[in-house]
Write a protein of this length. Structure first.
Length: 328
């Protein structure tokens, strides 16, 4: 069994990985990184960089002195810790650390350096390697781990309540969803997350037909989603994120923007939509289709089980960590 350091956490993924790896007998430490100034705008963010680097140096010292067999760093720009470490490390990309960071000259330089230096770079959605052209050989697909609860609510028999379960951000295609709000509100009670840079604007514009609620803690997502009959996810990235996966894992049918070419071997059983009209059409078509709702509910749970189960995630992690003699 190995001593493993999971550095930083994103959306609870490292926390779940720690649980999975400990269950397999490994000794795992979860090591947070300073996020001083991370949410600040520029140029204030720049003022915090020296403080964060100083904190990173303390983490590097701990990693060097603790004799870990595996160092696994989440979020590519945090991989600067690996660059300073002077030993092999794994990095994990989650989305914006490629989609957004590769547009910035400084962050692109750091990110590419981390990718080149890392032993492997795990990525959580199949669209991400395309954002690092020429470095695709360093990437390995590691779907986010999602627990499938066997005691979830039964499938919906009709559509009465819908939730827009995505960050209200242009990157998630929120502007492709909300033009459907008036039409959707005629057939379902509509809820959305009060989360993201567009949240205030959309709450003011659509507040009469959409109920906005604050995001819930990760361990409450399942019960939250079970309140709804259908989940509307992101519309721009073409792949399934944690929001859509969590919905499928509790048997909720999902409408989302999907690029089927990203899933050639096992296409996910979701309803693909590209704009507001297609979203509204899908809801109206499914509203009283009990058989199709049951099929989507069951097929979605089984797809998550096949592709995102804890057992599958453990298998992929251990293959990457220990698959060759120089993994350690």
């Amino acid at each position: 069994m190995a001593r493993i350091a999971l550095v930083h956490d994103v959306a609870g993924v490292a926390k779940v990985q720690a649980q999975i790896l400990r269950g397999a007998g490994h000794e795992v430490d979860e090591i947070p990184l300073s996020e001083i100034g991370a949410s600040w705008g520029w140029p204030a963010k720049a003022l915090a960089i020296p403080l964060r680097l100083a904190a990173y140096l303390a983490t590097v010292g701990k990693l060097r002195s603790s004799g870990y067999d595996i160092v696994h760093i989440h979020w590519l720009s945090h991989g600067i810790v690996g660059l300073l470490l002077g030993r092999p490390f794994f990095a994990q990309a989650h989305g914006a650390d490629l989609l957004v960071n590769m547009r910035s000259p400084v962050l692109r330089m750091v990110t590419r350096s981390v990718i080149k230096k890392a032993k492997l770079v795990f990525y959580v959605t199949p669209d991400l390697p395309a954002y690092a052209p020429g470095l695709e050989h360093k990437f390995r697909y590691l779907p986010n781990p999602v627990q499938v609860n066997e005691l979830t609510a039964p499938p919906p028999t009709r559509l009465a309540r819908a939730v827009i379960f995505t960050q209200l951000h242009p990157r998630k295609g929120a502007e492709r969803i909300f033009p459907a709000a008036d039409r959707l509100s005629r057939s379902v009670e509509l809820t959305a997350l009060d989360y993201g840079p567009l949240a205030r604007e959309y709450a003011q514009r659509y507040g009469k037909v959409v109920r906005f609620v604050r995001p819930v803690p990760h361990d409450e997502i399942g019960p939250f989603l079970e309140q709804f009959d259908i989940v509307i996810g992101q519309m721009r990235q073409g792949s399934l994120g944690l929001s859509e996966l969590e919905a499928m894992s509790v048997g909720r049918p999902v409408i989302t923007g999907l690029n089927l070419s990203l899933y050639p071997e096992d296409p996910p059983p979701v309803i693909a939509a590209a704009n507001a009209d297609e979203i509204a059409d899908a809801v109206e078509r499914l509203k009283d289709d009990e058989r199709e709702l049951a099929r989507l509910s069951h097929a979605g749970r089984e797809w998550v089980r096949r592709n995102h189960s804890f057992a599958r995630n453990l298998q992929l992690l251990e293959e990457a960590y220990f698959g060759s003699a120089d993994s350690l």
